[in-house]
Design a binder for this molecule. Structure first.
Ligand code: ADP
Length: 389
């Protein structure tokens, strides 16, 4: 069911978002209106889809544009768009945000209606199984309001086609009956704004992508930016943190605010139980070591990924599906959550034939030998594979 979130300009904190039931009086389905839909098995491993993670994210989410750290160029362009929209008193053009998970797509999407003082509804591609699931959101959209669709690349084709006229002409075409008796009614909608978020802009069809007049790509954060986020959020969590500890958490957070926030929470718990509650550099290091985070920010799963390419696939090239099967992790999770950072840091290379490990990764794993050649018979399990699993 559609869920409306009324956001007013004078609200100070993100947790003050006011939820109301939809105009048909039905209660909202799930946390942030996103969890209730179907979910493919591919998504299970994804952090951002976990309800507890969503609650954590919401708690520490900046509520105003001025509180958003980093992404300077994107924020600057948004400021101009918002100012122009307010002056003209027209709805904002549809906006597409893309980038790896945890970089602030939902954050920016929630900040926009707050800055504009308009209402917002939230849903996600996997929750929209058929056009009828989208219809209440469209008919409930008030003039200038925002409809945020997370994971928009997961909308089924029928829903995608249904949203085209809604985005372009603010109308929906509803077909009643079928066969010879079928007729289509056009229903006018209030002009509104779709904000779509995706980790895979490449998976969007060209017609859908073209309907977004504004497109922004979010990139990884610098250590300094993450350090500001960690220090600020430690304050929100009423935890004392030494500047070097904030820096240490930041460099191990893979350029991702969600990671930084999660490590901050973990080090806070660790500090409460093992120390006197203060996060010092020593406490941060011990806490992250216990979680298996190394000094480059790689975790168990990242190292296992690199070792799989190295040992099972002889250093590569290895296809992501094959890697996923070997590691027993959905290929989508590898593509969304593991590979972007490893690529950026030069631990792997993507070639047309698959992923290759780099010398930097081999050095990082502390392995001196060269990648071994692949076993000549493909189905055969090498001794190294047995060692790994
Ligand atoms: P995404 O939607 O891209 O997966 P989110 O917007 O949910 O990511 O961000 C995850 C968490 O990271 C948020 O709760 C927020 O606390 C934090 N965060 C993200 N971007 C920023 C930012 N630019 N400044 C401060 N905190 C941020």
């Amino acid at each position: 069911m559609a869920r409306k979130t009324t956001i007013r300009n004078d609200e100070a904190d993100s947790d003050e978002l006011k939820d109301s039931t939809s105009s048909d009086g039905s209660a909202s389905g799930s946390g942030l209106g996103r969890g209730g839909g179907r979910r493919s098995s591919d998504e299970e491993g994804s952090e951002g889809n976990n309800p507890e993670q969503q609650r954590y994210d919401d708690e520490l989410r900046p509520s105003r544009l001025e509180d958003v750290v980093g992404q300077k160029a994107v924020v600057e362009r948004l400021r101009i768009l918002l100012e122009a929209t307010k002056r003209r008193k027209e709805p904002l053009g549809h906006l597409l945000l893309d980038g790896p998970p945890g970089l602030g797509k939902t954050t920016l999407a929630t900040v926009v209606p707050r800055e504009l003082g308009t209402e917002m509804q939230i849903t996600a591609g996997p929750s929209l199984g058929a056009p009828k699931d989208l219809l209440p959101y469209l008919t409930n959209a008030s003039y200038g309001s925002v409809l945020f669709i997370d994971e928009i690349h997961r909308m089924p084709p029928a829903v995608e086609e249904f949203i085209y006229p809604a985005m372009e002409d603010f109308r929906v075409d509803i077909t009643l009956g079928d066969g010879l008796n079928a007729r289509t009614i056009n229903m006018k909608l209030q002009p509104f704004t779709v904000i779509g978020a995706t980790t895979r802009s490449g998976m969007l069809t060209a017609p859908l992508r073209d309907r977004f007049v504004n497109r922004e790509h979010l990139d990884f954060y610098t250590d300094e930016e993450l350090s500001i986020i960690v220090t600020r959020n430690a304050g929100k969590l009423r935890t004392e943190i030494a500047p070097e500890a904030a820096q240490e958490i930041s460099v191990r957070s893979r350029g991702t605010p969600r990671k930084a926030n999660n490590w901050l929470r973990w080090t806070r718990d660790f500090a409460d139980v093992r120390a006197n509650g203060k996060i010092t550099l020593e406490v941060a290091r011990a806490a992250l070591k216990m979680k298996g985070v190394d000094d480059a920010g790689l975790e168990e799963q990242d190292r296992k990924y690199l070792e799989t390419i190295l040992r099972v696939f002889g250093g590569g090239p290895a296809g992501v599906q094959a890697l996923g099967h070997t590691m027993n992790i959905p290929a989508d999770t590898l593509e969304d959550e593991v590979e972007p950072f490893l690529l950026r840091e030069g631990f792997i290379q993507r070639t047309p034939r698959g992923r290759m490990i780099t010398a930097k990764a081999i050095a990082h794993l502390g392995i001196s030998q060269k990648p071994k050649p692949k076993s000549p018979r493909s189905g055969e399990e090498s001794p190294d594979q047995r060692e790994l699993f």
